[in-house]
Design a binder for this molecule. Sequence first.
Ligand SMILES: NC(=O)c1ccc[n+]([C@@H]2O[C@H](COP(=O)([O-])OP(=O)(O)OC[C@H]3O[C@@H](n4cnc5c(N)ncnc54)[C@H](O)[C@@H]3O)[C@@H](O)[C@H]2O)c1
Length: 239
Amino acid sequence: MSADIPSRASGRTVVVTGGASGIGRAIAEAFRAHGDRVVVLDRSDGADVIRVDVSDEASVRSAFSSVREQFGTVDVLVNSAGLLTEAPVEEMDLATWNETIRVDLTGVFLCCREVLQPMRAQRWGRIINVASQLGIKGGVGLAHYSAAKAGVIGFTKALALEAAPGNVLVNSIAPGPIETPLVEGISEDWKRAKRAELPLGRFGTPAEVAPSALLLASDPGGNLFVGQTLGPNSGDVMP
Ligand SMILES: NC(=O)c1ccc[n+]([C@@H]2O[C@H](COP(=O)([O-])OP(=O)(O)OC[C@H]3O[C@@H](n4cnc5c(N)ncnc54)[C@H](O)[C@@H]3O)[C@@H](O)[C@H]2O)c1
């Protein structure tokens, strides 16, 4: 690390969207255990949660403005808020398509935009976007979700190029199937078939994904990751 670039190994302010459940919650816990101050933004209620709808520009602006007032500059942003629905393309209505794109893709853009300038000003920042292996390989009945997640991966790479000169590093994590409320509604038949496809033969847990976020945010461990897509995915896809 050169002398003019500050180092931030712990004690950072970390914002986790979607941090009230599943992967986001495990990531929030991992950063807390690491000694960082964690702020959870979510649309669902919970203790110490700042309410936000990541798909709504005004809601995102107001949530981040209250984060800045209470906690100052965000050092690490983890975008984990997301939703998943299923519909074959022929039967998919426009509202279903739009909702997925708005929450899973536009939400990432809106939240990233809020933190860039202050991160650049302090010459240190980390943004970690939770994509999905489905953004790489696609999935039946999941065209809208796969498109949004492929969009997150492309967005991450482009933003990484814009932000890296300011020492703001932007990367994504593309998990495979993980046991969370998001996948609870999917049929047992689908899950059985999916497990059989996986080289590891099992879904992951949120606690097995969280260390990827810690690594990308770590200093010096994450210092050379720019626009990468980490894949804790039980071997589902090998990009
Ligand atoms: N579970 C999996 O198998 C899996 C695999 C790959 C990627 N992912 C991705 O991981 C991320 C987290 O998913 P999860 O499995 O932990 O699901 P989850 O349902 O347990 O958590 C998602 C969280 O996002 C919040 N959220 C949803 N829409 C929101 C909105 N508009 N504004 C603010 N908050 C909102 C929910 O309230 C919830 O707390 C998602 O982006 C998901 O697409 C999940």
